[in-house]
Design a protein around this ligand. Structure first.
Ligand SMILES: Cc1ncc(COP(=O)(O)O)c(C=O)c1O
Length: 323
């Protein structure tokens, strides 16, 4: 087999054919601007984010021209960056402005934003000092919601064959998501919707890219300890909104704690919680019914509270994309 040496013309033609994706807009610090043409939505191969996973990221949605949790996602990005000793070299308000301009360029009121802050282009070794300055890449795609019937029937889950990350790595939303990828593969290969990882001592942590929560048999909302999970923006907001159910007596209390596997299997309700799912009830874990084996009433209520919050113009979580 003789490989072709491609001319610029050949490459242009190939890239034009690959253009048929639905990516709407991308900001790249490498180009210093925004492109709407998917053929240019690429990263430099010597960026450490590509060959070492050396970068941090965020994913957040905008619906009806409002970005949900924008400030909270930027804050978490900065926390992740600080933990890996990466200076974003932009103030939070500068990053916010770059995000807003990229979202507006996408010319849609609903979408998903993925933001990657990388060590930057520079070299192929592990040495981060090879990289002259960080890279920032932001891509806007359409938002694909979970099928509505899943919220009624509940989803299936199993304990992952892959162990949770240790405490230090679980707190960083890094682009080194191999463990998360393998957890998702485990779910697909096992024919379930989600997997949930346990830590080295057997306690429940989180899903591949979502937190989880339980309602115990005596009506407590149990949150697996944040010492071993990523502090989800959606879960943090759900906990705030759940206070109203404590007031009405529908929930006895809210407890962040180490949740054992027996406690998980004995729960009346379980749900996955995250940006794209909101609050998604679980009907079975390892083929064992959770509660009555269908979406439970408390997580259905918490789902409703979150989607009302996402839709509300007055919620502290929302930023209008035109601001
Ligand atoms: C490992 C992990 N846990 C939990 C979450 C949920 O976080 P959020 O609600 O901020 O999307 C995510 C998603 O970003 C994640 O990647």
């Amino acid at each position: 087999m003789q490989l072709p040496i491609l001319s610029d013309n050949d490459l242009n033609q190939i890239l034009n054919e690959k253009q048929k994706t639905s990516y709407l807009a991308m900001y790249s610090s490498y180009f210093g601007g925004i492109t709407k043409n998917p053929k240019w939505m690429m990263l430099p191969i010597d960026d450490h984010i590509v060959h070492r996973g050396d970068g941090v990221f965020e994913a957040f949605k905008f619906l009806d021209a409002k970005i949900y949790g924008l400030n909270e996602h930027i804050d978490r990005l900065y926390r992740s960056a600080a933990t890996i000793e990466l200076d974003p070299q932009h103030s939070k308000s500068e990053i916010k402005e770059i995000i807003l301009q990229t979202v507006r360029a996408a010319q849609t009121s609903d979408g998903l934003v993925r933001l990657y802050l990388s060590r930057g282009p520079g070299g192929f070794t592990t040495n981060p000092y090879d990289c002259a300055k960080p890279g920032l890449y932001i891509v806007v795609t359409p938002f694909v919601a979970v099928a509505p019937e899943k919220y009624l029937k509940g989803v299936t889950a199993k304990i992952s064959k892959y162990q949770a990350k240790d405490s230090f790595y679980s707190q960083i939303k890094s682009c080194n998501y191999l463990q998360n990828v393998l957890m998702k593969k485990d779910a697909v290969d096992s024919g379930v919707d989600f997997t949930v990882a346990i830590d080295s001592e057997g306690f429940i942590t989180e899903g591949s890219t979502e937190n989880c929560a339980f309602i115990s048999s005596d009506n407590e909302l149990l949150i697996p300890s944040f010492a071993n999970t990523l502090r989800g923006i959606t879960l943090t907001r759900m906990i705030e909104l759940a206070e109203s159910l404590v007031k009405t007596g529908e929930i006895k209390s809210i407890r962040e704690m180490r949740v054992s596997q027996p406690q998980a299997f004995a729960a009346k309700e379980m749900a996955f919680v995250g940006t794209t799912l909101d609050v998604l009830p679980v009907r079975s874990l390892n083929n064992q019914n959770i509660g009555e084996g269908k979406a439970g009433p408390i997580f259905q209520k918490l789902f409703k509270l979150i989607i009302e919050d996402v839709a509300s113009r007055d919620s502290k979580m929302n930023t209008n994309i035109m601001n």
